[in-house]
Design a protein around this ligand. Structure first.
Ligand SMILES: NC(=O)c1ccc[n+]([C@@H]2O[C@H](COP(=O)([O-])OP(=O)(O)OC[C@H]3O[C@@H](n4cnc5c(N)ncnc54)[C@H](OP(=O)(O)O)[C@@H]3O)[C@@H](O)[C@H]2O)c1
Length: 204
């Protein structure tokens, strides 16, 4: 079944950018020879990001002058950018500028994704709105060996032990990838696991 996933890189202490919205600390890391993001993105049929994240990518990858950089990264997969402003568009990119209720947009993204996954690229501001609506199924964190002390958090929401279940761990270069099921998916997984335990016959 298709999922709605928040895939992001983070520092050990849970920041996705430093206080100046810089990601330079992230690019110094040994990524290894595998390509976890490429593997992940093959399953994505639609994605979304907040205005701050979009503006960072726009500038970092010089997308107005070099729109081919967007196509190299994301191909024609449709992207919804949440903003209240008129932001510059990447020429010929499959981008929709949108504002307001994330539930309505999530429905449109799910239809556009045609059975593939929906990726929430971040940041935490936008993804928090999907969490509040119960629309997030999975968090995939690529943890970088860096401690920033302050910055932009993964999320401003509290998701506690009953909301999250660790489903996978993977080491790639200096990244530690952790995957968590979220919300109802996590609770269902926990329930099924405890059912299975109670059904194991006691041997005498
Ligand atoms: N480490 C990573 O892999 C990673 C991944 C993603 C992001 N980041 C970084 O995280 C930082 C941004 O994260 P963030 O959480 O601060 O911001 P964000 O979620 O990227 O963007 C927040 C902004 O999006 C707009 N917005 C959000 N919800 C909206 C809605 N429902 N309707 C209309 N507009 C809406 C608002 O901007 P306006 O009202 O001004 O339009 C809001 O201020 C950036 O530095 C980015 O580079 C890092």
């Amino acid at each position: 079944m298709a999922k709605t996933q928040y895939y992001t890189a983070t520092s050990i202490d849970g920041y996705i950018a430093d206080e100046n919205n810089s990601l330079e600390w992230l690019f110094e890391v040994d990524e290894g020879t595998e390509n976890p993001f490429g593997e992940f993105f093959e399953g994505v049929g639609a994605f979304a990001m907040g205005a701050t994240t979009y503006e960072w990518i726009l500038e970092h990858d010089n997308l107005v002058e070099e729109p081919e950089n967007w196509h190299d990264m994301y191909g024609d997969v449709p992207c919804w950018v949440f903003t209240h402003r008129d932001l510059p568009l990447v020429p010929d990119a499959n981008i929709f500028m949108i504002s307001g209720d994330v539930r309505r947009v999530h429905e449109a993204m799910t239809v556009a994704a045609q059975g593939r996954n929906v990726w929430l690229a971040g940041g935490g501001n936008l993804v928090g709105q999907f969490v509040a609506e119960g629309l997030l199924d999975e968090i995939i964190l690529g943890i970088v060996p860096a401690i920033l002390g302050s910055g932009v958090p993964i999320l401003r929401h509290r998701l506690l032990v009953n909301d999250l279940v660790l489903t996978n761990m993977r080491e790639v270069g200096q990244f530690a990838y952790l995957t968590y099921a979220v919300g109802d998916v996590a609770r269902l997984g926990r329930h099924l696991a405890s059912e299975a335990v109670t059904r194991i016959p006691v041997l005498h």
